[in-house]
Write a protein that binds this ligand. Structure first.
Ligand code: ADP
Ligand code: MG
Length: 252
């Protein structure tokens, strides 16, 4: 039975999509069967793995217009598959709000795929709206990327309240699988302070690997390939490889 992880942070630009792509790619390279799910109408994950966003994707799957086999695409990495997103997904958010079982759409679609994958990784939009709630309901574990800055902490407490609320109601099995730092700049004292504070509070919930700011990580998506195929030796690649190993060990 595959494990479903969701990347959540209501702040944009903290590294959700970059992390989903690269952790997914390294898990796949380690021999795991991985399905990436783009659940953001910006479709950055879709283009970041070179998938075709004009084909039916996650919106068509959750709304029952297409089957899973019709929406799953291969990527340049063996064992790494993707369900793309398109701008249509923003319409789904509006349609879902009117449904009584609105929080369960993604879960229903993904549960039937669990036995075909070792990991299903969901990339969420930068909000705590209906799509992200669907992600939290569908998942076993939340992965929280944090940028090392003061405002990251403010957002974190709201996110944790939301997770608690979901745990008490819609998804009692939901676990905080881990918090990790992205775009770390070791030259700033603030970044060091944030890492120290968050680690003191969340202890072993915090992954040991810290993802540094690395320009190669921001270049890879425009080529539609993960960092492992763009520049396997850069510091960003080595960091995501190590983070993926930690995720793999926790997922077991
Ligand atoms: P989110 O999905 O949370 O909005 P992204 O993963 O799209 O965040 O990252 C935001 C931007 O920062 C993107 O342009 C991405 O390429 C870039 N980026 C992400 N992680 C890093 C990093 N470690 N170093 C440098 N640039 C990064
Ligand atoms: Mg994103």
């Amino acid at each position: 039975m595959g494990r479903i992880f969701v990347f959540v942070n209501q702040k944009g630009g903290v590294g959700k999509t970059t992390s989903a792509i690269n952790i997914g790619a390294y898990l796949a390279e380690a021999g795991q069967r991985v399905l990436l799910v783009d659940f953001d109408s910006q479709a950055n994950l879709t283009s970041g793995v070179g998938a075709d966003g004009s084909k039916p994707g996650i919106y068509e799957l959750i709304s029952g217009k297409n089957s899973a086999t019709e929406v799953i695409q291969e990527t340049s990495v063996r064992n790494l598959f993707v369900i793309p997103a398109s701008i249509d997904l923003s319409g789904a958010a509006v349609e879902l709000v009117e449904q009584e079982d609105r929080d369960y759409y993604l879960k229903r679609s993904l549960d039937s795929l669990r036995d075909q994958y070792d990991f299903i990784l969901i990339d969420c939009p930068p909000s705590l709206g209906i799509l992200t709630l669907n992600g939290l309901v569908a998942a076993d574990g939340v992965l929280i990327p944090l940028q090392c800055e003061y405002f990251a902490l403010e957002g974190l407490s709201l996110l944790l309240q939301t997770i608690k609320r979901i745990q008490k109601g819609l998804n009692p099995h939901l676990d905080i699988a881990g918090i990790f730092f992205t775009m770390y700049d070791q030259r700033t004292k603030l970044a060091q302070d944030v890492v120290r504070q968050v680690t003191a509070y969340f202890k072993d919930r915090v992954f040991k690997t810290i993802i540094p700011r690395n320009v190669r990580l921001s270049e890879a998506p425009s080529h539609g390939i993960p960092i492992s195929q763009y520049d396997a030796l850069c510091v960003g690649a080595r960091s995501y490889k190590s983070l993926a190993e930690e995720v793999l060990n926790r997922g077991r």
